[in-house]
Structures are given as structure tokens and as C-alpha cells.
Ligand binder design. Structure first.
Ligand SMILES: [Zn+2]
Length: 304
């Protein structure tokens, strides 16, 4: 057995059940926990496998069941009401614009009336190209040396048919606008902003960032007028590395009420004045309750 397998087994069999008990005794699960999902698929693309931004449908169901058993899932819009949140509040969010995640929400969450927030990139939906996948593919083919947004989109558009099909297979299927339109009609679905082209904010000028944000905001407003403009999730999501105070200030000035990072933390005591909210991301192997407890609490326990 490898070291990693031994560690996974230890977490699943020993640490997880222990944390489960401790959390009940010490009410560790107070506060606000925001969960972050990406693609849900039983056939992940090479690109998704390399990023870990997917879970299988079976794992997704286990993770959702675990969340529903241990937390009170609230609609994200409740953050704006400024009324006290229920004990053990959780919010379920999805980032990017993958086809499988839309199907999974329709199949497993909406029939149970679970509220969700989708942070979408309408540039990605429109062009069917995920910029990070495009960059990786073109780099591997040594076909493109400049990696601005338009260079990447052009680079993919100019691929010969066989290479383009190879790229689509490498990337994985992106949701089409019709399925987004349909799901947006559901009152349990909030559509929010994740930038138009999934840009790394820090690599843009502040003006470029603003225009990218507004372009995506316009698409959201065309889709669903209610509730838009309140939330923004930063692509890549690491404070200081992918965005900084300038971006936060600009978004708050434009009326955004809460921003979301990818920092893997829970909020022990939520205050409405905390406007940058971390999120917990489950990996494809988080399919036992032990692993899920560990994913939620490890950073707090390890004081990271
Ligand atoms: Zn993203």
C-alpha cells in the first residue's frame, strides 16, 4: 500500500469518525460553510482530470447527501437580507460552465428543492472554449506562443477540423446557452458572475477587469433580471495571487455585496460585514464522510 493510500485509509477510518464525534460534542459545525463544485461527470476529460475540478455522479450524490445531513442549506440571496443565518448554514455553489454540472443540478438538487448558485462565464459558454484548457492544449501542440484571450480563442478557431475535435475531447463539454436559460428559470437557482472569459484578474489592467466583469453582468441580466449583481466569484480564487484589494474595492463600488474566493476554509462565526467569503472544494476522492469532514476542517485544525 502506498503512503498516500495509507493516509487516505487513516483519514477515512480513523480521523473522519473521530472528527464527526468531536464536531457533535463541541458544535464545530456552527458558522457558515460555502461549498464549491465544478463538473459532475462519469467521463472526465483529460483536462478536468489534470485539474481535479470534477467529481463522479456517485461521489456527487454522496457529497450532497452528506451536506444535507449535516448543514442547513440556504439560498445565497439570504446573505443580502442581513437576518441572522440558521445554525450550521451552508451554501452550495458551482463554478465555470460545464455541461455535466447543469445536468447534475437538474437531476439531483432541484427535485429536492436545494438552492444553488452558479458562477458562470458567458464568454466560455458563447465560444465553447475554456481558456485554461485552450492554453494547455495549444501549449502542448506548440501551436501558440502568445496567450492573451483573443490569441487563445483565435488559436483554437484556426485549428484544422481534426485538431479542433481533439481539443473538444481534451477540454470536455461546455454547457450550451439553452440549458443555462432553462435552469435559470428555477426559483432555487441564482446565476452570478465569474468573469466573462474566466480571466485571472491580476493579469488584467483594472479597466480590462471592469469591462470583463460588466460584459458578463450584462449577460446575466439578460438571462435573469432578479438578484443579479450581488455576487462575484474570482476565477482561480487565491487572494493576493489572483486578485487583490483593488479588485475588491472596484466590485464593491459597482454594487457587488459579497465576493468569493477559492480559499479552502469555513467561517466559524459569520458576520455580514465579512464580504470576502472562502469556499470548500471537495476532490473526486472525497466520497466518505471522514474525507468530507477532513476537507472541511483540515485548514482550521492545521491552523493554515
Ligand atoms: Zn473557475
Amino acid at each position: 500500500m502506498t503512503k498516500m493510500n495509507r493516509l487516505a485509509r487513516f483519514i477515512t477510518n480513523v480521523l473522519g469518525p473521530f472528527l464527526n464525534k468531536v464536531s457533535r460534542i463541541f458544535r464545530l459545525n456552527d458558522g457558515l460553510t460555502v461549498f464549491l463544485f465544478h463538473e459532475v461527470t462519469d467521463d472526465p476529460s483529460e483536462f478536468l482530470k489534470s485539474t481535479g475540478m470534477w467529481v463522479s455522479t456517485r461521489t456527487f450524490q454522496l457529497q450532497v447527501d452528506w451536506i444535507l445531513r449535516n448543514f442547513t442549506v440556504i439560498p445565497i440571496i439570504d446573505l443580502t437580507s442581513k437576518q441572522e443565518l440558521p445554525r450550521n448554514s451552508a451554501i452550495i455553489t458551482f463554478d465555470d460552465s460545464w455541461a455535466g454540472m447543469i445536468q447534475a443540478i437538474e437531476k439531483y438538487l432541484l427535485p429536492r428543492e436545494v438552492p444553488v448558485c452558479l458562477f458562470l462565464n458567458f464568454g466560455t459558454i458563447d465560444r465553447r472554449i475554456d481558456l485554461v484548457a485552450a492554453e494547455r492544449f495549444l501549449e502542448a501542440q506548440k501551436l501558440e506562443t502568445k496567450f492573451g484571450v483573443e490569441d487563445l480563442l483565435d488559436g483554437i478557431d484556426k485549428l484544422p477540423d481534426t485538431k479542433y475535435r481533439e481539443f473538444l475531447k481534451f477540454q470536455g463539454p461546455i454547457a450550451d446557452i439553452e440549458s443555462i436559460r432553462k435552469i435559470a428559470l428555477n426559483s432555487n437557482v441564482e446565476i452570478s458572475n465569474h468573469s466573462f472569459h474566466h480571466n485571472d484578474a491580476i493579469k488584467l489592467t483594472i479597466e480590462e477587469f471592469l469591462s470583463d466583469f460588466q460584459k458578463n453582468e450584462l449577460c446575466i441580466r439578460n438571462l435573469k433580471a432578479s438578484g443579479s449583481g450581488n455576487f462575484f466569484a474570482f476565477p482561480f480564487g487565491t487572494p493576493g495571487l489572483n486578485f487583490d484589494e483593488r479588485h475588491l474595492k472596484m466590485l464593491y463600488d459597482k454594487g457587488v455585496q459579497y465576493c468569493f474566493s477559492g480559499t479552502s476554509h469555513r467561517i466559524k462565526t459569520f458576520q455580514f460585514s465579512q464580504r470576502l467569503i472562502p469556499r470548500i472544494h471537495f476532490s473526486p476522492i472525497d466520497c466518505s464522510s471522514g474525507n468530507m469532514w477532513w476537507a472541511c476542517y483540515k485548514n482550521q485544525i492545521l491552523k493554515r
